[in-house]
Design a protein around this ligand. Structure first.
Ligand SMILES: O=C(O)CCC(=O)C(=O)O
Ligand SMILES: [Fe+2]
Length: 348
């Protein structure tokens, strides 16, 4: 039987920051990134902000339909804005959730001199609701600081120089406010997927449950709510950069049956202009520097990932493909030719 996991480990951020406990906690972090690809980060100092954000979500989603539709993602070639229930697809099935997507503020708009995939980075559409924009900006600012510090700690736990991954960071990260309404038993909240937009995801879930991760024996493991924690997982960008040694783990959400689930994922962006060729070079270097067993290095050779597919010129194109297929209405409106090409391709 393959070595696998049956629960998601906890890593204490305050212990990672304290000289007396740092070494022991880095070793915990290392196990989590090697063996699971998922962890709870506790004691982040963001508990109050996370609580305030969750308190704001019911009112935002209760806005009149026309107010939400005013900022529909269909207006945005950057896939930013509101997605109504039933408009999103994962693993070829409809997801039972509605959501607002936001990006790091201050992106310069796309011009015809830019590569086509650069239009993924663009301006936000905020719902007309007092406080929505300032909450999003405050949340992104603070969680991004934590995310940058976390990436440094991950480098340290892999015995790499602290700034190893800095050159891979993207300009725009993404924040989502998500609502899963009560649905029939065993409905798909979001179908099985690996996160594709970047390096790591920092998810704050409420206390409803429903999130599950797939272990290496093909069993779905619950990720039950842990008050005040963030659930962090490896995305396909980081998997590719580490040559697959730190693998992205498949996960899903089973829709709630008798209450509403709210969640707030933050997807730390990866630079879009990274080509497969350049990536192979840098990944080979990183892999050679990570002191780990031969087995882990062997596993690294052959990881199926849209970021590693020769079908796409760079991370930006791989990410654009993912957005187009997840939001087919937006994809068809802004990228009709790419939509018809990508929807015919299967990833090997
Ligand atoms: O809502 C959640 O708890 C998880 C969402 C998720 O996996 C995603 O949007 O990528
Ligand atoms: Fe996800």
């Amino acid at each position: 039987m393959v070595e696998t996991f049956s629960s998601v480990p906890k890593v204490d951020y305050s212990r990672l920051r304290h000289p007396a406990t740092k070494t022991a906690e880095l070793s915990n972090l290392r196990q989590a990134v090697f063996k699971v690809g998922f962890l709870y980060l506790t004691n982040t100092g963001l508990e109050d902000l996370i609580r305030r954000a969750h308190e704001a979500l019911p009112d935002l989603f209760a806005l009149p339909t026309e107010v939400k539709e005013d900022c529909n993602m269909i207006n945005s070639p950057s896939f930013l804005g509101y997605t109504r229930l039933g408009a999103e697809t994962t693993a070829a099935k409809t997801d039972l959730r509605e959501q607002f997507d936001f990006g790091t503020p201050g992106m310069t708009p796309w011009t015809s001199q830019d590569p086509f995939w650069q239009s993924l980075e663009g301006p936000n559409q905020y719902p007309k609701h007092p406080g929505a924009q300032s909450l999003v900006e405050e949340y992104i600012h603070n969680i991004d600081e934590l995310a940058q510090s976390f990436v440094h700690l991950v480098a340290e736990c892999l015995s790499l120089p602290t700034d190893t991954f800095d050159e891979f960071k993207g300009k725009m990260s993404r924040l989502k406010f998500v609502r899963y309404p009560p649905s029939a038993p065993k409905s798909q909240g979001v179908g099985p997927h690996k996160d594709s937009a970047g390096l790591f995801t920092f998810l704050s879930q409420d206390d409803s449950g429903g999130l599950q991760v797939l272990n290496k024996n093909g069993e779905w493991i619950d990720v039950p709510p842990v008050d005040g924690s963030l659930v962090i997982n490896i995305q396909q960008g980081f998997e590719a950069i580490t040559g697959g040694i730190c693998a992205a783990t498949t996960h899903r959400v089973i829709a709630p049956t008798s209450r509403t689930r709210y969640s707030i994922p933050y997807f730390l962006g990866v630079r879009l202009d990274l080509t497969l060729e350049k990536l192979k070079e840098s990944a080979a270097h990183i892999v050679s520097c990570i002191p780990t067993s031969g087995d882990e290095k062997k596993r690294a050779v052959d990881v199926p990932s849209e970021f590693l597919s020769p079908l796409y010129s760079c991370f930006g194109e791989a990410h654009l493909r993912n957005r187009i297929l997840s939001h087919p209405d937006v994809g068809q409106r802004w990228y009709p030719e790419l939509y018809s090409r990508y929807s015919k391709q299967t990833l090997k």
